[in-house]
Design a protein around this ligand. Structure first.
Ligand code: ADP
Ligand code: UDP
Length: 235
């Protein structure tokens, strides 16, 4: 499988076309951004960690009945994936208060929610990814009712699988963002699952092992990514 043309360069990944119109190659970068791209930096080794972690976890999802875009890991940074039409929704699940949720609701971070929450942001950089609900998504034609139902079911399933899996690694899954796409009429999980897109806290010490270390200048950013990767035990 070979890269043909650069289709898209995002903040964290480059996406290339291949000979096969149904297949893309994603290449994970060490670039990091936060606050809508205003803060920029590099997290050395991040690309390889996020690539390998995403693929490792996507295999767990597949085994639990959640279809994903994964085809084949090509090398440390690059993976062949099914080309989807991305549903322009950032799907966020929360198990504990943190980030924008804690701020909006005047809560401390790290309070366990009575039940997991699901929310959508409209994936639109010009509008800065505004918070929307199911009705907005339907009204704007971002997804059908059936797609929203499937996306929500998959998102909670993904949450259950990850919560259990990370618990075994001494990690609390605070919250995360995922994206879905349409592949020949089916909804499948796309994009990534990594310390860039999840809040992961050490269960004992509550140390942050995710991108908040970069966002908030907490230091030891690379160490945190390495620590998560080490606990995954990927060979
Ligand atoms: P951003 O666009 O937010 O800067 P990235 O740097 O991660 O994010 O860029 C990767 C882009 O590729 C994202 O816009 C994501 O929605 C898209 N993408 C992820 N997986 C697929 C896929 N399987 N098919 C098509 N596009 C995808
Ligand atoms: N998130 C993400 N990309 C985004 C926005 C959020 O991956 O563009 C993730 C973020 O890492 C966290 C979860 O989604 O795990 C919830 O983020 P929140 O709404 O609290 O926003 P933030 O505080 O990151 O602005």
């Amino acid at each position: 499988m070979e890269k043909k043309e650069l289709l898209y360069e995002g903040k964290a990944k480059k996406v290339f076309t291949t000979e096969d119109p149904d297949v893309l190659i994603v290449s994970y970068k060490d670039d990091a951004t936060a606050f809508d791209g205003q803060k920029k930096g590099t997290i050395v080794g991040k690309g390889a960690i996020n690539n390998r972690m995403t693929n490792h976890i996507f295999k767990l999802f597949e085994a639990e009945g959640v279809p994903t875009h994964l085809i084949e890991e090509l090398n440390d940074r690059e993976t062949a994936v099914k080309k989807v039409e991305i549903v322009p929704l950032e799907v966020i699940i929360r198990n504990f208060s943190a980030g924008s949720f804690a701020k909006k609701l005047g809560m401390e971070e790290g309070i366990k929610l009575l039940s997991p929450t699901l929310e959508f942001s409209y994936k639109n950089d010009d509008l800065h990814d505004p918070f929307i609900n199911d009705y907005y998504a339907l009204a704007l034609g971002l997804a059908t009712k059936e797609e929203i139902t499937t996306i929500s079911e998959y998102a909670f399933k993904v949450n259950a699988v990850m919560q259990k899996y990370f618990a075994g690694l001494g990690i609390e899954l605070i919250d995360f963002k995922i994206e879905f796409g349409r592949y020949h009429g089916q909804i499948i999980l796309a994009d990534e699952v990594s310390p860039d897109t999840c809040r992961l806290w050490d269960k004992e010490t509550h140390e942050k092992l995710d991108k908040d270390r970069f966002r908030r200048d907490l230091g030891n950013v690379e160490d945190a990514y390495q620590e998560v990767f080490k606990r995954l035990g990927i060979k």
